[in-house]
Design a protein around this ligand. Structure first.
Ligand code: MG
Length: 339
């Protein structure tokens, strides 16, 4: 058997300009990856490159060309294939994760089972997903919180001089659980100063308060904080987990950071072995990218898979997070179709 690789760059656009501590964007170039086998069966994956992690749609397309010769003849050869892809061209994690998703999609389709079933997971065990309120003016933040009424958990972007005002506006509108994500926007001093406010506002957890490499700072902050601290930018792959032990309470997995579905599950296992909690997050993604990550949500404590829910138009249909509830497809493989 041989696998034929094809790819197509497409653009997604968020309903609102999406602001985090590092900047604001509204349009994102994504890559739809397809692997076709000799029977004409297709495995799909989405690359969601992030400039912060060194990728663009253009680097993904270039990386795919380099990865093509390392693709397996047999899609079931997953472990060796992923190892070969990682050795062929390092980094480029979103390009590799798209190929990983496409291989897993093909395997599920050939077996006639959805991925969660192949992994022996119970869809009912998936935690509720949060919905993100990006940085904006206070009036727009208030409007977004109202529009997110259907979602039971909010994730609020912070990491600005206006954090106090932002939290007050959100709390004026709702008493539902809120999680905050500073996207590495605070110094240790900023974070320490904000702890009493975060506790007073009933925040459930703090994501990536400090710079990714400030592990000593995270350790100091964690000792002072009553709220759990989750590493996102500080944790890309399973190899990052051991050094974070004692410095954080949990880690946030993203396929676009770790580079494959199997590496994502390795992170879960390594984190669990160190008694850490585990979250899954996303970039701005269509439902094709989101669904690949949704399949392993039954293994997790926290889910933040709102990428497709924040879009103006979603070209794909797959896992959903309506009302915060993660619904996993029952179609084979990823179970994603064109909308
Ligand atoms: Mg984050």
């Amino acid at each position: 058997m041989t696998l034929r690789l094809s790819s197509e760059v497409f653009e997604i656009e968020t309903a609102y300009p999406f602001g985090i501590a590092r900047g604001t964007h509204q349009r994102y170039g994504r890559v739809w990856v397809r692997l076709t086998d000799d029977d004409g069966m297709e495995g799909w994956g989405e690359a969601d490159p992030s400039y912060y992690y060194g990728e663009t749609a253009e680097t993904v397309v270039a990386a795919l060309a380099a990865y093509a010769p390392a693709l397996p003849a047999d899609p079931f050869d997953l472990e060796a294939a992923e190892a070969r892809l990682a050795a062929t061209l390092k980094y480029n994690p979103s390009a590799r994760s798209a190929l990983s998703a496409a291989l897993h999609d093909l395997v599920g389709k050939r077996l006639g089972v959805p991925l969660w079933k192949l992994w022996g997971l119970d869809p009912a065990a998936a935690p509720l997903s949060s919905f993100t309120i990006g940085l904006d003016t206070l009036e727009v933040i208030r409007k977004k919180v109202r529009e997110a009424a259907a979602y039971p958990i909010l994730k609020v972007k912070l990491g600005t001089p206006d954090d106090r005002a932002i939290l007050r506006v959100v709390r004026e509108e709702t008493d539902k659980p809120i999680r905050v994500d500073a996207n590495a926007g605070w110094t240790l001093k900023d974070a320490m100063q904000r702890l009493p406010l975060l506790e007073e506002m009933g925040v459930e957890l703090i994501e990536q308060p400090l710079a990714p490499d400030d592990i000593d700072g995270l350790r100091v902050l964690r000792a002072a904080s009553r709220l759990p601290i989750i590493a996102d930018e500080s944790c890309r792959t399973a190899a990052d987990v051991p050094r974070l032990v004692g410095a954080v309470d949990g880690v946030n997995i993203k396929l676009s950071k770790c580079g494959s579905l199997r590496e994502a599950i390795r992170i879960v296992r390594v984190a669990r072995a160190h008694h850490l909690s585990v979250m899954v997050g996303c970039m701005m993604e269509s439902s094709l990218g989101i669904t690949a990550a949704a399949h392993f949500t039954p293994l997790l404590d926290y889910v933040d898979l709102d990428g497709a829910a924040l879009l103006k138009h979603d070209p794909f249909q797959g896992a959903g997070i309506e009302g915060g509830r993660v619904t996993l497809p029952t179609l084979p493989g990823l179970g994603v179709t064109r909308r």
